[in-house]
Design a binder for this molecule. Structure first.
Ligand code: GLU
Length: 447
């Protein structure tokens, strides 16, 4: 296989699907050498099959807003790959959602889920519905209308959605309520991220952020360092950033920045428990403004409009918001300000130029599909609990999550160690995930 040839074909076939093309290119570049050592992959056209989603559902979602006006959005579910398990992946509600965005996310999810060691295929879904400024009732009505279509495509052994940007515990509750009414069955395992009293994993809300810090700690230990005492810059203030702030603080780091689409909040003395709790209120308000934090804690937080978290001096950068949120210029600014490690927590949070810059300028870097896999891994644990009608304690889930993150780190080291002894975590994660999915596809024949 030649990455350039495949990319040229995909660019011609899917012009303008930039996020999808970017995600595919990164994986193919990483695996090309290993792939070409396996003529059986080439013969079965594994790559050509793997870059195409199995199927995409597109549907109209019509709902009524608080003024009584009829609104129409588009809903999607991209079932990308089911080689190693049922389709699994989150739902994103964001005004910028397009098929390209969901294809990139579903593609990434396939490899990420393979890394978790659990049997889950890859999927993603969502809508161009914009939760910003919506009331709680509007969110509920939208979720119900969305599920009216989605429920036909999903099932506990078929496809299991969860949260992503714009979809958290509240939305999963509304989605599940409508699913249950339509299906007339209490299929708890059809969605993950549920409330802890009705089948949800006790640690699912924290899991992505906690897992990211367990991975980061492993990476730092491997490099002879520790997160303790580090200044950490976090982007975003949603669920993932929240979990990352809790665990980073618990491990003795100082979170000196969080950010939003409106700007950055600098917190020189480190984020406090009160501030971390307030992040949840900010998320539930649907205002999408980080300035609210500075308004609430005026002495301790300094808000600067239009700036990113990457403008704040730090040792470790944790992008926790959105794809392509960290550019090559941001990477240079981080490095100039003393940053020496970036663990990508958001999906494809760093632009290719930023990754290249980090890797060639002595900044430790690990990609989202390894770092953030603790979220979906804990979803997998939630599915296990649901299938066996049991409930684990928070401590049990945390121990399993920790073990999974250790194993993901080991896989990255196994496949990413370079002849000079350095570790290319991008290669490591991509090759480890790819080999597992490719082998399963091969064993299941030409389907
Ligand atoms: N949206 C999350 C991710 O990007 C979680 C998906 C899930 O729990 O299924 O991995």
């Amino acid at each position: 296989m030649k990455t350039n040839d495949i990319m040229a074909r995909l660019r011609a076939k899917y012009p303008g699907e930039n996020e999808y093309l970017q995600a595919v290119q990164e994986v193919l570049e990483s695996v090309e050498e290993v792939y070409n050592q396996h003529p059986e992959f080439e013969k079965a056209k594994i790559v050509e099959r793997m870059v195409e989603p199995d199927r995409i559902f597109t549907f109209r979602v019509t709902w009524v807003d608080d003024r009584g006006e009829v609104q129409t959005n588009t809903g999607y579910r991209v079932q990308f790959n089911s080689a190693i398990g049922p389709y699994k992946g989150g739902l994103r509600f964001h005004r910028a959602v397009t098929p390209s965005m969901l294809k990139f996310l579903g593609f990434e999810q396939t490899f990420k889920n393979a890394l978790t060691t659990l049997p889950m295929g890859g999927a993603k879904g969502g809508s161009d519905f914009d939760p910003v400024g919506k009331s709680n009732d509007e969110i509920m009505r939208f979720c119900q209308a969305f599920m009216l279509e989605l429920w036909q495509c999903i099932g506990p052994d078929q496809d299991i959605p969860a949260g992503d940007v714009g979809v958290g515990g509240r939305e999963i509750g509304y989605l599940y309520g409508m699913y249950k009414k339509l299906a007339r069955e209490y299929n708890t395992g059809v969605l993950t991220g549920k409330g802890s009293t009705w089948g949800g994993s006790i640690l699912r809300p924290e899991a992505t952020g906690f897992g990211a810090l367990y991975f980061t700690q492993n990476l730092l230990h491997k490099a002879g360092k520790d997160i303790k005492g580090c200044r950490v810059a976090v982007s975003g203030f949603g669920n993932v950033a929240w979990g990352a702030c809790i665990k980073a603080t618990e491990l003795g780091a100082k979170v000196v920045a969080i950010s939003g689409p409106d700007g950055v909040c600098e917190i020189p003395d480190g984020i406090t428990k009160e501030m971390i709790d307030y992040m949840l209120i900010m998320r539930a308000s649907n205002r999408n403004r980080v300035e609210d934090m500075a308004d609430k804690f005026p002495g301790a937080c300094k808000f600067t409009a239009g700036k990113k978290a990457w403008s704040v001096k730090c040792d470790v950068a944790l992008p926790c918001a959105f794809q392509n949120e960290l550019s090559e210029d941001d990477a240079k600014e981080l490095k100039a300000n003393g940053c020496w490690c970036c663990c990508e927590v958001s999906n494809m949070g760093c632009q290719p130029g930023a990754i290249h810059y980090f890797q060639h300028n002595g900044v430790l870097f690990a990609p989202g599909k390894a770092v953030n896999a603790g979220g979906v891994a804990t979803s997998g644990l939630e599915m296990t609990q649901n299938a066996s009608h049991i409930s684990w304690s928070g401590a049990e889930v945390d121990a399993k999550l920790h073990f999974i993150m250790d194993s993901i780190h080991e896989q990255c080291v196994k496949y990413g160690t370079q002849p000079d002894g350095s570790i290319d975590y991008v290669k490591g994660a991509n090759i480890a995930g790819f080999m597992k999915v490719a082998t399963a596809m091969l064993e299941q024949g030409t389907v």
